[in-house]
Every structure is written in structure tokens, then in C-alpha cells.
Design a protein around this ligand. Structure first.
Ligand code: HEM
Ligand SMILES: *[C@@H]1O[C@H](CO)[C@@H](O)[C@H](O)[C@H]1NC(C)=O
Ligand SMILES: *[C@@H]1O[C@H](CO)[C@@H](O)[C@H](O)[C@H]1NC(C)=O
Ligand SMILES: *[C@@H]1O[C@H](CO)[C@@H](O)[C@H](O)[C@H]1NC(C)=O
Ligand SMILES: *[C@@H]1O[C@H](CO)[C@@H](O)[C@H](O)[C@H]1NC(C)=O
Ligand SMILES: *[C@@H]1O[C@H](CO)[C@@H](O)[C@H](O)[C@H]1NC(C)=O
Length: 340
């Protein structure tokens, strides 16, 4: 995570965002509130993002990857060589240290599954600079099973086409509109080269704008050296690349705040990039290949109307947070990384 987007500008802007960061009650199953817990979580998440902006996107993705696999049961947090953490589709998954830190502060009454939900809610609020807010309930229990194979069987890989994406989301009760809304999370965070290599290879090329592919290919070579790895990371959002890269890609930034302070912010700029075919993953690009026209139409709406997207993204995140745990044995873990 040390190499993730981190500029003074981002830190400063997050700091300003925190000034308007006010407490929101968290409803519980019992109808009461657990404000003390929610307050603790919020503070830890805010500090963690201040220290390392990459934590924000990581916590948002963690919710998706926990709840999609066996429901929201904290199964993604369990350590082990064959647990969900080892799944291919969980490459780059992060934020675990923050979850541990929260667990240490909120104690044994709060499940790890609830912590993932609360942390993602707070990260969404902070990274969107207070534009996206939603309520969540508490009372989830932690599952005891975690399987890499199960995770790879249900998490969508970046190479999925629109038919596969729609089917994958429908299986969880999410429609195309929600698929498009949630994919907007790719306005932030990073991806490994291996997650979009299919877009760079000439032999297996999936549709990609030639100028963008060239800029990406060149930059990946540069980043291999800079980051000292064959699988370097790139920001998901072209907005977060420097001007020379955006120019070389032919990116039209009309309607997008590309100032340093706006980099790393969760906004609707994903749709500006996608409607220009300048997105990293084939799964992103595929939203334009929906022959029914639904996905394309929804993207145009979200591109034109940020507030609509803020609302629908929040609603979809709240819905994600409600996916019921599918296991048969539950507990409240003492340590989020292992069963009691
Ligand atoms: C629609 C199907 C989706 C696919 C195929 C997909 C795929 C991916 C891939 C391949 C990465 C990069 C992993 C890496 O190489 O390190 C990624 C990153 C990310 N995804 Fe998705 N994703 C999908 C949906 C979602 C959803 C629903 C959310 C959240 C609500 C989400 C949030 C994120 C975030 C925030 C990152 C950046 C993580 C970080 O920087 O730590 N994605 N996604
Ligand atoms: C969350 O719930 C509180 C209390 O019921 C309510 O005042 C607030 O408007 C809700 N916030 C959102 C974003 O729905
Ligand atoms: C999507 O992929 C599936 C599985 O490979 C394939 O059967 C289907 O024809 C593809 N759909 C489109 C629209 O490319
Ligand atoms: C891919 O094709 C482009 C021209 O279409 C060429 O410039 C580039 O060198 C090729 N890349 C690889 C890895 O073969
Ligand atoms: C990017 O393009 C703009 C407009 O064409 C130009 O003014 C600027 O000098 C270019 N900057 C870089 C770094 O390529
Ligand atoms: C896009 O959709 C068409 C059918 O509508 C299909 O033939 C084509 O393979 C799709 N492209 C990709 C990359 O899946």
C-alpha cells in the first residue's frame, strides 16, 4: 500500500473533508443505536485514510468481496493459505490492518462482519468528501468458513463480458442499474497490471482505444522499473494519471476536476472515462457493450448527474451490506483473522 496514491494535496483535501464529517446514528436490530461503536470506527477509519489514502478504496472493495461470498460474514478476513485471501480474484485486497485496529478498540461484542460494513460506509463517506452517505444496521455474526475456491467461483473476474456480469449480479439480486452504479467505485483505487493485461496484449486484445492502450503499455513498463515488480499497480481512474498520460491517451476531461486536490476522490468521473472507452478493466468497458442499451443509458445519466450517482451508489452499498450470511455456524470472533 505504500506505493498507493499519496500526495500532500490528497491528504489536505481529506483533512478539509473531515471538517464537515459529522456523526450519523447506526441503526441496530434492536432498534437502538451503537453510536459509541460507530464513533470509534469512524475515527479510526478517518485517521487511517489520512495516513494512507489507499486505505479508503481498499475498505470499499473489502465490503464487496466479503458480502459477495457467502454473504456479509467476515469470511474474507480469515487468514490461511486456502482462505478467501488466497483467491485469484482477491488480488490486491487490503485494509485488513485497519479492521484489526478497529477490532482492538471496539472489543468482543462487535462482529468482524459488522466492522467491515461500518468501515466501508465510513470510507465511502470520507473518500467521496461527504457526498455519499448511507445507514447500515448492525448485528451480523461471523462465519467460520472461508474458501479461496468458493470466492473465485462467485467474485467476478475483470475479464467478464456484459452477459456474465449481469448474470453474476442477478444471482445476488442486483440489477444492471446497480451493477453500473457499483462499478463507479473504480473511480478510485488501483489495479495490478495482471488485472488488465488482457487489454494490452495484441494477440488477445479486448476492445480498447489504441492511444489509451499505448499510453498504458508505455507507463506499465515505466512502473515496472519504478515499483520494482513485474506486476506494478496503476490507478483505476485515468483522471488520477498525470497530464502527459491523459494527453497521450486522448482523454477529454470536460466536466472532470483533474486538479491535484480532486485526485483520489470518489465521484462520477468513472462514467466520463468509461463513455470515452478509457477504463482499465474489460468488465468496465463491457458496460458499453450491453445490447439492451440499459447499461449505456445508466452511465450517461450518472455522467450527467453526479447527485443521482451519489444516491444510487449509496443505496447499492447499503444493499450490499445487507446480503445475508449463508453459513450454518456463527460466532463473534475475538480476532478477525481466525476462528475462536
Ligand atoms: C463488476 C464487477 C467487478 C470487477 C470485475 C472488479 C474487478 C476489480 C479488479 C480486477 C480490481 C483490481 C485488483 C488488483 O489488481 O489489485 C478492482 C479494484 C477495485 N474494485 Fe472492483 N470489480 C468489480 C466491482 C466492484 C464493486 C462492486 C466495488 C465496490 C463497491 C469495487 C470496488 C473496487 C475498488 C475500490 C478497487 C480498488 C481497490 C484498491 O485500490 O485497494 N469493485 N476491481
Ligand atoms: C440515517 O438515519 C437517520 C436516523 O433515522 C436519518 O436522520 C438520516 O437521514 C439517515 N441518513 C441517510 C443517508 O439515509
Ligand atoms: C460472454 O461470455 C460467455 C462465456 O464465455 C459466452 O458464452 C457469451 O457468448 C459471451 N457474450 C457476449 C455478448 O460476448
Ligand atoms: C501491438 O501493436 C502495436 C501496433 O498496433 C505495436 O505498436 C506494438 O508494438 C504491439 N505490441 C506488442 C507487445 O506486440
Ligand atoms: C497537454 O495538452 C495540452 C492541450 O493540448 C497542452 O497545452 C499541454 O502542454 C499538454 N501537456 C503535456 C504534459 O503533454
Ligand atoms: C460485444 O457485444 C457483441 C454482441 O452484441 C459481441 O459479439 C462481442 O463479442 C462483444 N464484445 C466483447 C468484447 O465481448
Amino acid at each position: 500500500m505504500a506505493t498507493k496514491l499519496s500526495t500532500r494535496a490528497i491528504l489536505l483535501s481529506l483533512f478539509l473533508g473531515l471538517a464537515v464529517f459529522t456523526g450519523k446514528p447506526v441503526a441496530t436490530h434492536g432498534g437502538g443505536t451503537k453510536d459509541a461503536v460507530a464513533d470509534k470506527v469512524r475515527k479510526i477509519v478517518a485517521t487511517a485514510i489520512q495516513d494512507n489514502p489507499g486505505v479508503g478504496p481498499a475498505l470499499i472493495r473489502l465490503l464487496f468481496h466479503d458480502c459477495w461470498v457467502q454473504g456479509c460474514d467476515g469470511s474474507v478476513l480469515l487468514d490461511g493459505s486456502k482462505t478467501e485471501k488466497a483467491a485469484k480474484n482477491n488480488i490486491g485486497l487490503d485494509g485488513f490492518a485497519v479492521i484489526d485496529e478497529i477490532k482492538a478498540k471496539v472489543g468482543e461484542d462487535v462482529s468482524c462482519a459488522d466492522i467491515v460494513v461500518l468501515a466501508a460506509r465510513d470510507a465511502t463517506f470520507i473518500v467521496s468528501r461527504g457526498k455519499i452517505d448511507y445507514n447500515v444496521t448492525m448485528g451480523r455474526m461471523d462465519g467460520v468458513k472461508s474458501s479461496a475456491a468458493a470466492a473465485d467461483a462467485v467474485l467476478p473476474p475483470s475479464t467478464f463480458n456484459i452477459t456474465q456480469l449481469n448474470a453474476n449480479f442477478a444471482a445476488k439480486g442486483f440489477n444492471t442499474r446497480e451493477l453500473v452504479a457499483l462499478s463507479g467505485a473504480h473511480a478510485v483505487g488501483v489495479a495490478h497490471r495482471s488485472s488488465f493485461q488482457d487489454r494490452l496484449d495484441n494477440a488477445t486484445a479486448t476492445p480498447i482505444v489504441p492511444k489509451y492502450r499505448k499510453a498504458l503499455t508505455d507507463d506499465v513498463e515505466k512502473q515496472k522499473k519504478l515499483q520494482g515488480t513485474q506486476d506494478p499497480i496503476e490507478p483505476n481512474n485515468i483522471r488520477d494519471k498525470e497530464l502527459a498520460f491523459r494527453n497521450a491517451s486522448g482523454y477529454d476531461d470536460t466536466g472532470v476536476d483533474t486538479s491535484k486536490a480532486a485526485r483520489g476522490v470518489l465521484d462520477n468521473s468513472y462514467y466520463h472515462a468509461n463513455l470515452q472507452n478509457k477504463v482499465l478493466f474489460r468488465s468496465d468497458w463491457e458496460l458499453r457493450n450491453d445490447t439492451t442499451g440499459v447499461a449505456g443509458g445508466v452511465m450517461a445519466t450518472f455522467e450527467a448527474n453526479a447527485n443521482k450517482w451519489f444516491l444510487q451508489f449509496g443505496n447499492a452499498m447499503a444493499k450490499l451490506s445487507k446480503l445475508p450470511a449463508e453459513g450454518t455456524r456463527f460466532e463473534i470472533r475475538k480476532n478477525c483473522r481466525k476462528n475462536n
